[in-house]
Design a protein around this ligand. Structure first.
Ligand SMILES: CC(C)(COP(=O)(O)OP(=O)(O)OC[C@H]1O[C@@H](n2cnc3c(N)ncnc32)[C@H](O)[C@@H]1OP(=O)(O)O)[C@@H](O)C(=O)NCCC(=O)NCCS
Length: 168
């Protein structure tokens, strides 16, 4: 990944994160207080991508340890993280168009694999929007179908799927 770098997200970055969210998912805006809570609960899991030339934030990534086969509702507060987490949950990644296709997602997945391994967690989990299914499939994720997911998946839009893959 050239000319960009991932770093920890701070609460002061949230207005820019919200702008990127608005540009990427105008139909699926999340309550920013749920992102603030995730930064507090698990600071290492939330990152921003900066363009080196001007330090502008051009992407973000949000993740945390979580229970297997469980989808936190959108815009929800988690309250606390499970004491014994079974998966490392990727809540969201969004990159501005100019920052796509440069390997930023691949790079952050490698960083997060390290974090998950340190926690003795060996699976990643996420909900893929229909538009991103092909991308997650290239990254080794596979769909898991359970009746219990159906209602929650609907809130992510038609075609969204719960997926998992092994941590590297
Ligand atoms: C989807 C997204 C996160 C991918 O990130 P990215 O940094 O552009 O991906 P990378 O450059 O790391 O690409 C990694 C690999 O995935 C492939 N890839 C990237 N986007 C893809 C897509 N939309 N469909 C299929 N493959 C894709 C790349 O070709 C690359 O393959 P390679 O390893 O064989 O070279 C990014 O495009 C994005 O933010 N999109 C808008 C928001 C979004 O959809 N987020 C996911 C919500 S679930």
């Amino acid at each position: 990944m050239k000319n960009h770098r991932w770093s920890l997200m701070n609460e002061t970055d949230l207005p820019v994160v919200e702008q990127i969210m608005l540009a990427t998912y105008p139909h699926l805006l999340e309550d920013i207080s749920s992102i603030r809570e995730r930064i507090r609960l698990f600071p290492e899991g939330s990152r921003i991508l900066r363009r080196s030339v001007d330090d502008v934030i051009v992407g973000y990534f949000i993740s945390h340890p979580w229970a297997a086969h469980s989808i936190p509702p959108l815009s929800s507060l988690l309250g606390e993280l499970p004491t014994k987490a079974e998966v490392y949950y990727i809540h969201d990644i969004a990159l501005m168009p100019d920052a796509q296709g440069i390997g930023a997602a691949r790079a952050i997945l490698a960083d997060m694999s390290q974090i998950a391994r340190n926690l003795h967690i060996n699976r990643f989990a996420l909900v893929a929007l229909a538009s991103a299914l092909a991308f997650w499939t290239t990254q080794g994720f596979r769909e898991i179908h359970e009746d219990a997911f159906k209602e929650k998946l609907r809130t992510y839009g038609p075609g969204a799927q719960y997926m998992q893959r092994a941590v590297d």
